[in-house]
Design a protein around this ligand. Structure first.
Ligand SMILES: Nc1ncnc2c1ncn2[C@@H]1O[C@H](COP(=O)(O)OP(=O)(O)OP(=O)(O)O)[C@@H](O)[C@H]1O
Ligand SMILES: [Mg+2]
Length: 251
């Protein structure tokens, strides 16, 4: 059985200007421990789909099951990381941010701090546990956000362009770090990106969406051993294949 089952999911936004399709007729099975990337043109519905999986918005039609249970609101089985650096609590230290979900769950202080420290170690921030978000770089803040999403040990990690606002070098570092984190934790990951190189670097499978109103166009399995070499011929071939599917390359 797939870890995440998405069946005939659609979503309409009702706005003062009329009804807008957010995403249309998406059906998809995602296996346990799979790293799945979603790519597609701006406005096709990637964030909408991720938000439906997260349980932040209910679909207008269809349903999603995670571990066999129907998604109905947000749950502790899903950790979410967004693009925005402002997703952390500015008044809490890195450790306080990561421990937050555990605190809500009623985990005792010593235990939650030990878990938070472990997660910060995983994202290589153990020297910054006492730092506040405004004293951390963008990449470090995103690492805290990843540690926070992992802290309560969710089955599924949902990420919406988490590195899009970073400079190219930091972004490369973060991709490597995320690949390591995934290798160690074996979470099921759904990762939204605009960047085909990022998708080829990270994914087991890439779902290409159609332009708005978006649905699944095709899927590409990335059959490359890890760690992947972005300069290899095979890597560039996958990038070209994805760009072709996205209509951004002619031949
Ligand atoms: N809150 C909202 N209210 C009304 N329409 C919305 C809302 N959020 C998104 N939409 C519309 O739904 C469609 C899908 O938007 P979504 O944000 O999911 O796209 P996306 O693929 O994530 O785009 P991007 O790559 O630019 O982040 C778009 O046409 C958008 O205008
Ligand atoms: Mg988006």
């Amino acid at each position: 059985m797939a870890e995440i089952e998405i069946r005939d999911v659609c979503l309409n936004y009702d706005t003062p200007a009329g009804r807008v399709t957010g995403v249309q007729d998406v059906s998809l099975d995602i296996d346990r421990s799979e790293f799945l990337c979603l790519v597609g043109p701006s406005g096709c519905g990637k964030s909408t789909l991720l938000n439906i999986i997260a349980g932040f918005i209910p679909p207008s039609g269809g349903e999603i099951r995670i571990g066999g249970r129907k998604v109905d609101g947000h749950g502790m089985d899903r950790g979410v990381v967004f693009q925005d650096f402002a997703q952390l609590f500015p008044w809490r230290t890195a450790l306080g941010n990561v421990a937050f979900g555990l605190e809500m769950k009623g985990v005792p202080k010593d235990e939650r701090e030990a878990i938070a420290l472990e997660q910060l170690r995983l994202v290589k921030l153990d020297k910054f546990v006492k730092s506040y978000p405004h004293h951390l770089s963008g990449g470090m803040q995103q690492r805290v956000a990843i540690a926070r999403a992992l802290a309560y040990n969710p089955a599924v990690l949902l990420m919406d362009e988490p590195f899009a606002a970073l400079d190219a070098l930091t972004r490369d570092d973060m991709q490597r770090l995320l690949a390591d984190v995934w290798r160690e934790t074996r979470k099921t990951v759904v990762y939204v990106t605009h960047n085909v190189s990022e998708a080829v670097y990270l994914a087991d499978r890439v779902i290409v969406m159609t332009p708005h109103p978006g649905t699944v166009k095709t899927e590409v399995q990335i059959a490359l051993p890890r760690p992947r070499d972005p300069l290899s011929v095979e890597f560039l071939d996958y990038q070209k294949k994805l760009l072709r599917e996205l209509g951004q390359m002619q031949n």
